[in-house]
Design a protein around this ligand. Structure first.
Ligand SMILES: NC(=O)c1ccc[n+]([C@@H]2O[C@H](COP(=O)([O-])OP(=O)(O)OC[C@H]3O[C@@H](n4cnc5c(N)ncnc54)[C@H](O)[C@@H]3O)[C@@H](O)[C@H]2O)c1
Ligand SMILES: N[C@H](CO)Cc1c[nH]c[nH+]1
Ligand SMILES: [Zn+2]
Length: 426
């Protein structure tokens, strides 16, 4: 992790760049994967599974017996943990569903809006470097609360052509039956275009590596919606001299261990504090089984010291991190000043890992500064909001002149007539 001391504001933009900003090569190879799947369907999926996952697949869909067998392969403790996480995530997300409320905009004109679940959705569950079964809870629970009728799940298999039992157990727990052993950009293509085995969906959700994220961005031109670009994980920690260096180091490493393309950032007003964190990072890194991955991510990562807390807040807002941890005096007051972040963790006892797994909030979040404009996944992501209106005859009379005036000014006489014909009815 490189240390930068009081960089000038002109240098901020360069400093805050993500490591793999130029994804031209990734986009090109993903484009050819998308075309291959569009043309050759299941056959392309089999050959890409061999190429990227080393697996020779006969059936792409997980069978009912594979799902049943998975349950006995997990410990009771893990099943209980998944169940607890499910309950918290359900509690947080069920509060996001609103009952339609009708508003009378003028006398006799009633308008309302209703949320309707998207009928067919596809969930991508990352599995290249770790089987992220927690992501199934993050996507499957809001999909079920929203009332999505058809849910398709894709995740890459191992060399033996199998999905991790925790993926199968968790999918079954949230009621997902259509599970496919397909990963990477090819999974996104399959859910967008449909193949002989995999049904096409209307919207695709879920995080993934650079290939998966590029594929989600590219398939939008074919009319399929996506949740957001949720690429390689990142965390930014905002800390002053009151923070605990060991806690901060553990948070930075928790996201660095996701993969070589992750980035972590420490922004602080205290150089001595940053030095202590850097020492702690070295110490704690040695204990990690995924030390090599984390080390590569740390090579892309930065610790930045600034003069004032106002500068620090401005910097983290410009960076727009997927996750922001605020470990400062008056952390709650500072958190109120955050305008760009996927999810914020306040104070010394709110490590990001709790949001990754079990506190209740969603961990599928915008990366690569997309938090400036996108929100993380929620029940809203799985619904369309349809507006309705009903006018009485008197209501139409009340608004008639307004509409006729405006329609005629736009030169659209037929629009005006649709009102006139009704109010002139005897
Ligand atoms: N933003 C979020 O909300 C969020 C949440 C969880 C995880 N993540 C991120 O998801 C990512 C998961 O990545 P992963 O790699 O472990 O799993 P993954 O499932 O996203 O990707 C694995 C697949 O990538 C494809 N692939 C690998 N190398 C390729 C190449 N050279 N060309 C084309 N395709 C290739 C293969 O098909 C492989 O099956 C991590 O970066 C993690 O940080 C993000
Ligand atoms: N930190 C990831 C989101 O960027 C989510 C996750 C899943 N498992 C562990 N972490
Ligand atoms: Zn994580």
């Amino acid at each position: 992790m490189q240390l930068f001391n009081n960089p000038s504001k002109q240098d901020w933009n360069g400093l805050l760049q993500r490591p793999y900003n130029d994804n031209t090569a990734v986009l090109q190879s993903v484009q050819s994967i998308l075309s291959e799947v569009k043309q050759n369907g299941d056959a392309a999926l089999r050959s890409l599974a061999l190429k990227f996952d080393g697996a020779e697949l006969k059936e792409l869909q997980v069978s009912a017996s594979e799902i049943e067998e998975a349950e006995v392969l997990l410990t009771t403790e893990l099943k209980q943990a998944i169940q607890q996480a499910k309950e918290n995530i359900f509690t947080f997300h069920s509060f996001q569903m609103h009952k339609p409320r009708s508003v009378e905009t003028m006398q006799g004109i009633e308008c309302w809006r209703k949320s309707v679940g998207i009928e067919k959705v596809g969930l991508y569950i990352p599995g290249g470097t770790a089987p992220l079964f927690s992501t199934i809870l993050m996507l499957g629970i809001p999909a079920s609360i929203a009332g999505c009728k058809e849910v398709v799940l894709c995740s890459p298999c191992n060399k033996e052509g199998k999905l991790h039992p925790a993926i199968l157990f968790t999918a079954n727990l949230v009621g997902i039956k259509k599970i496919f052993k397909v990963g990477g950009a090819q999974a996104i293509a399959a859910m967008a275009y449909g193949t002989e085995s995999i049904p096409a969906v209307y919207k695709i959700f879920g995080p993934g590596n650079q290939y998966v994220t590029a594929a989600k961005q590219l398939i939008q031109v074919s009319g399929v919606a996506i949740d957001m670009p949720a690429g390689p994980s990142e965390v930014c920690v905002l800390a002053d001299e009151t923070a605990n260096p060991a806690f901060i180091a553990s948070d930075l490493l928790s996201q660095a261990e996701h993969g070589v393309d992750s980035q972590v950032l420490l922004v602080s007003t205290s150089e001595p504090m940053v030095q202590k964190v850097l020492q702690e990072v070295k110490k704690q890194l040695e204990q990690l089984p995924r030390k090599d991955l984390a080390q590569k991510a740390l090579n892309n990562s930065k610790a930045i010291v600034v003069n004032t807390m106002d500068d620090a807040i401005e910097m983290v807002n410009e960076y727009a991190a997927e996750h922001l941890i605020v470990c400062c005096r008056d952390a709650e007051v500072i958190a109120e000043k955050i305008s760009n972040a996927g999810s914020v963790f306040i104070g010394n006892y709110s490590p990001e890992s709790v949001g990754d797994y079990a506190s209740g909030t969603n961990h599928t979040l915008p990366t690569n500064a997309f938090a400036r404009a996108y929100s993380g996944v929620s029940v809203d992501s799985f619904v369309k909001k349809i507006t309705f209106q009903k006018l009485s005859k008197d209501g139409l009379k009340n608004i008639a002149q307004t509409v006729i005036e405006m329609a005629e000014a736009e030169g659209l006489k037929a629009h005006a007539n649709a009102v006139r014909v009704r109010i002139s009815e005897p």
